[in-house]
Design a protein around this ligand. Structure first.
Ligand SMILES: Cc1cc2nc3c(=O)[nH]c(=O)nc-3n(C[C@H](O)[C@H](O)[C@H](O)COP(=O)(O)OP(=O)(O)OC[C@H]3O[C@@H](n4cnc5c(N)ncnc54)[C@H](O)[C@@H]3O)c2cc1C
Length: 602
């Protein structure tokens, strides 16, 4: 008898015993007969598992959905989990691991199973939190079809989890049945002159990759082929998962378009278990929804086929200096923002907190400018910094990078992204339109608003400012995507960020978390006030974004997305926080806090 069946057999009898614990649950997950779970397990080749938080081996008791019980800690397993606490690839390799661990905890009840790097076995309770109760480790289209057919039969709330990077907890959910796509990752395949199914003509070179593929493997697979691709800056984000579902930006999106603009075809298992192909020639509604409508909502994407571009050399700039005159630094960055966007820079700049003091940081990659042009482009900022006291500490690196892989592996870029692993973090986003930069009054208003925030700021320069959207992808066209139209006329994806230790007992009380989320959300209000009608990037947004519909999709896209959602998933089996068609009082969201009047009322 397999280990999984043993585990299932140990757990399933608890259904009756712990009926009082689950009585408050409305999830149909507890009404599924044991025999049905067992036959699902058989149909997915033994890949059905009971889910537990990654930290469980370090605790002496465990409160799962079936109640509180003693837990036999395992020192060796505990040590293994602890040693990978802040290693992205380690975290994503565990179903119960979340890049942003707070979203696996029950924030509302202060219940968690998070670990510190120093503590060993803890005489304490590990809580299930928002970690789903069961998951299928899906490794084929058939596994996903069987799982969704099963969910349909028993009307189960479904969570889709890939890497667990989501900043708003989309890949977790209380008392849900999860489909884990991380291990569905065969090698990417290049096709030199691809014709999307049912389309009349080829679209050129593409690469096809599956649901569990991560950025770094995709980039590595293209090394030496002469091609480059638009994917995320973070090496471990899933380009076929939440990244593309939300829009998908990276260091080259200004010149080559957003992730959604580059997709040529997607394959998806719909909530009713049917497997369909979506592209510009068939299932255009689904193609629209999967590219911008948000992850975890319309089906499980199994593979994505994306355009390849000829690789080339890129100009690189990295400039950094601590600054005391924050207003002056803000002014120089705001004054030159439009120029930099027109010149095609991608990357990030801003006045960020570095080791407790404000630093002007400018990190960019450019496919259009040569080295001298790159230096000239940044002269306003380097001149400004060279004239400051302390300029002997100025870091100013300009060079030519030979190809995309060198840019994606840039140690400076990775030093910004990788420390996020295992840290709890929340952000706020605003897509700041070009027009805000075009007048002296507009620039002053922007600087004033930036000065009001206490978190420091980073402007991700990722809008497709140097990219012409194909006729087919214009509004009303067969390749239209559902991302906020604000992406098309913004210069900045402005972000504020704050972090905390997910195991810190003080920082993780419901009150402390609520006030921190509220502060982060309200910090963006002055920028919202001067950018009416603009948007926000749903994948890196405020958990309590006050206008999710207007900001993430715009009213027109939202109306179409909602109609598609109702047609594909009338029972709302697939859902997540602030996703199309969601219900804030759905049990799966019960661990969220109530902040700014947004949150579960039960
Ligand atoms: C360190 C870090 C760096 C980042 N860098 C970037 C960046 O450079 N550019 C950028 O645009 N974003 C970036 N992001 C944000 C990222 O795009 C989102 O977190 C995204 O949701 C991650 O998707 P995932 O599939 O990897 O993660 P998950 O958390 O597993 O999934 C995210 C959402 O997508 C859904 N989902 C996952 N797989 C599928 C599927 N196959 N079918 C349908 N739904 C699915 C899930 O249900 C969930 O709602 C970054 C995030 C982090 C933490």
């Amino acid at each position: 008898m397999g280990k999984i069946i043993d585990a299932l057999q140990q757990a399933l009898p608890l259904l009756g015993v712990a009926a009082n614990v689950t009585a408050a649950s409305t999830s149909n997950i507890f009404a599924v007969p044991d025999s049905a779970w067992k036959s699902l397990n058989d149909s997915v080749s033994g890949r059905l598992h009971l889910a537990s938080p990654a930290g469980l081996p370090c605790f002496t008791s465990y409160e799962s959905a079936w109640g509180l019980d003693a837990n036999a800690p395992n020192a060796a397993q505990c040590q293994t989990v602890k040693s990978g606490l802040s290693t992205s690839l380690d975290i994503i390799s565990r179903f119960g691991g979340y890049h942003n661990p707070t979203f696996s905890t029950c924030m509302r009840r202060g219940q968690k199973c998070t670990l510190t790097a120093t503590e060993g076995i803890r005489n304490d309770t590990c809580f299930q939190g928002t970690v789903p109760d069961y998951y299928v480790d899906a490794q084929s289209v058939e596994d996903i079809q069987k799982s969704l057919q099963f969910a349909q039969q028993y009307k189960l709330p479904v969570t889709i989890k890939n890497t667990g990077h989501d900043y708003r907890g989309g890949s977790a959910g209380v008392n849900t049945f999860a489909i884990w796509t991380h291990n569905f990752a065969p090698d990417p395949v290049i096709t030199e002159n691809f014709t999307p199914d049912e389309c009349p003509s080829p679209v050129g070179p593409v690469v096809t990759y599956h649901a569990g593929q991560i950025g770094t493997h995709l980039y590595n697979s293209l090394q030496g082929t002469g091609y480059m691709i638009v994917a995320g800056s973070c090496p471990s984000v899933g380009p076929s998962g939440g990244w593309v579902a939300g829009a998908g930006h990276g260091i080259f999106t200004p010149s080559f378009g957003l992730g959604v603009d580059n997709v040529q075809q997607m394959k998806v298992v719909l909530p009713n278990g049917t497997y369909v192909t979506a592209n510009r020639c068939q299932n255009q509604d689904i193609f629209f929804a999967l590219r911008g409508g948000g992850g975890g909502t319309f089906g499980v994407v199994t593979e994505t086929t994306t355009k390849l571009h000829p690789d080339q050399e890129y100009s690189y700039a990295f400039v950094q200096l601590p600054v005391t005159d924050v207003r002056g630094a803000n002014e120089v960055l705001v004054a030159n923002a439009e120029r930099w966007s027109e010149e095609g820079w991608g990357g990030v700049y801003g006045v960020l907190d570095v080791a407790g003091s404000p630093n002007l940081v400018w990190l960019g990659y450019n496919a259009n400018l040569n080295l001298d042009e790159g230096k000239a482009s940044l002269k306003p900022v380097t001149d400004y910094l060279e004239a400051l006291p302390g300029s002997e500490n100025l870091v100013s690196i300009f060079k030519t990078l030979p190809n995309q892989i060198t840019a994606q592996n840039d140690p400076v870029l990775l030093s910004i992204l990788l420390p996020e692993a295992g840290v709890s973090l929340t952000r706020s986003s605003r897509l700041v339109p070009k027009k805000n930069f075009q007048t002296a009054d507009g620039q002053k208003a922007l600087v004033d608003a930036l000065m009001e925030n206490k978190f420091g700021w980073g402007a991700v320069i990722a809008s497709p400012t140097n990219y012409t959207l194909a006729e087919s992808d214009q509004p009303g066209g067969p390749g239209e995507s559902s991302v906020s139209p604000a992406w098309r006329d913004s210069i900045w994806h402005l972000t504020y960020t704050t972090t905390w230790d997910p195991a810190d007992p003080v920082a993780t009380t419901p009150e402390a978390l609520a006030s921190m989320f509220q502060e982060m959300s309200e910090a963006m209000d002055p920028i919202r006030a001067i950018t009416p009608g603009a948007g926000a990037y749903q994948n890196e947004a405020d958990v309590y974004e006050p206008d999710p519909i207007g900001s993430f999709w715009g009213e027109k896209n939202y109306a179409r997305l909602l109609a598609i959602k109702k047609q594909l998933d009338p029972d709302n089996l697939l859902s997540c926080w602030n996703c199309i068609g969601w219900n804030v009082n759905d049990e799966r969201h019960e661990c969220y806090l109530n902040v700014r009047g947004i949150g579960p009322s039960n």
